[in-house]
Ligand binder design. Structure first.
Ligand SMILES: [Zn+2]
Length: 303
């Protein structure tokens, strides 16, 4: 899909400088420079510049991540995000937002961030979240410690190496003729419906996961499956794999544990939903890949 890079969180071209990660001396030298910077997260929320204290800001300007001075060495638990020009960039969890910054819900600001800023924010959130929940060796249970700029954890007791996790999730635009299949998970607000989605299982291809999830949740049989676009979704560690799927059957038999409601929505109604004019269903959140896929299906741009 040519427009896949326009997916929110997917269009960044940030320099991750992965070649520097194993070079502790190079990282120390980069951190010692006056231009070294730090992105902060407070409670998992990235710190943005307050508009008033951002020289590049002002009314209507895109929000930007605050870049704090690193101060000579990265704080405990910081991860190395890469380079900006000649300077290094780190990220760390902070106890509170320093003056001139504000913590922002990433899902609330995701469509306003420039692609490179969005990539830095999701990378920082995903990587710091991994450290926060993987402090112990999965092989022997001893406390492990971060290495390679935070892109690995090593176990001093048994020598095992551990790497940041990404959990693939299939999300599918299931169509039959001019209708698309939407569903609502238990616990969602009643007006909220979206594309069906589910975690991939070990041993599955993307195509098999799409067919299994749709069958389990709604009883619908799926034929052709095609990959469309992906989206990093660090809540906490997912990678959404957007696929198109052609339904071979139409009858719905819902699994109440997985899904509370599902329905076939004709194209005209989907357009109405996006206009905010449907009395029952609200459009999926802007910036989420479900919204991207549905919008481009409506615009006939998926072929
Ligand atoms: Zn171990």
């Amino acid at each position: 899909l040519k427009i896949a890079k326009t997916v929110t969180f997917a269009g960044g071209r940030a320099d991750r400088a992965a070649e520097l990660r194993p070079d502790a001396a190079a990282l120390r030298a980069l951190a010692a420079r006056e231009g070294a910077r730090l992105i902060g997260l407070v409670g998992g929320q990235p710190l943005l510049c307050d508009p008033g204290s951002d020289p590049g800001g002002g009314p209507g300007a895109a929000p930007r991540l605050a870049r704090l001075a690193l101060g000579g060495a990265p704080p405990e638990g910081a991860v190395f995000l890469g380079r900006e020009g000649a300077e290094g960039l780190w990220a760390a969890a902070l106890p509170a937002a320093p003056e001139g910054t504000r913590a922002a819900d990433l899902r609330g600001v995701m469509t306003e961030l420039a692609p490179d800023e969005a990539e830095r924010a999701v990378t920082a959130r995903a990587l710091l979240g991994w450290h926060a929940s993987h402090g112990f060796c999965a092989a022997c249970g001893a406390p492990s410690r971060p290495t390679r700029g935070g892109w690995q954890r090593d176990c001093p007791a048994c020598g095992a190496h551990h790497f940041p996790r990404t959990d693939p999730v299939v999300i599918m635009l299931v169509t039959r003729g001019e209708e698309v299949l939407l569903g609502r998970s238990p616990g969602w607000p009643s007006e909220m419906h979206s594309l069906l989605a589910g975690f991939m299982e070990p041993g599955e291809t993307l195509e098999a996961a799409v067919r299994r999830e749709v069958r389990e949740e709604t009883g619908v049989r799926v034929g052709a499956v095609a990959y469309l676009a992906s989206q990093p979704w660090p809540f906490p560690a997912s990678l959404m794999l957007g696929a198109r799927a052609e339904a071979l059957s139409r009858e719905l038999r819902l699994d109440p544990d997985e899904i509370e409601s599902a329905l076939w929505v004709p194209r005209e109604r989907m357009a109405r939903i996006f206009r905010g004019a449907d009395p029952v269903i609200r459009a999926p959140r802007r910036g989420a890949i479900a919204s991207f896929l549905l919008w481009n299906w409506l615009a006939d741009r998926l072929g």
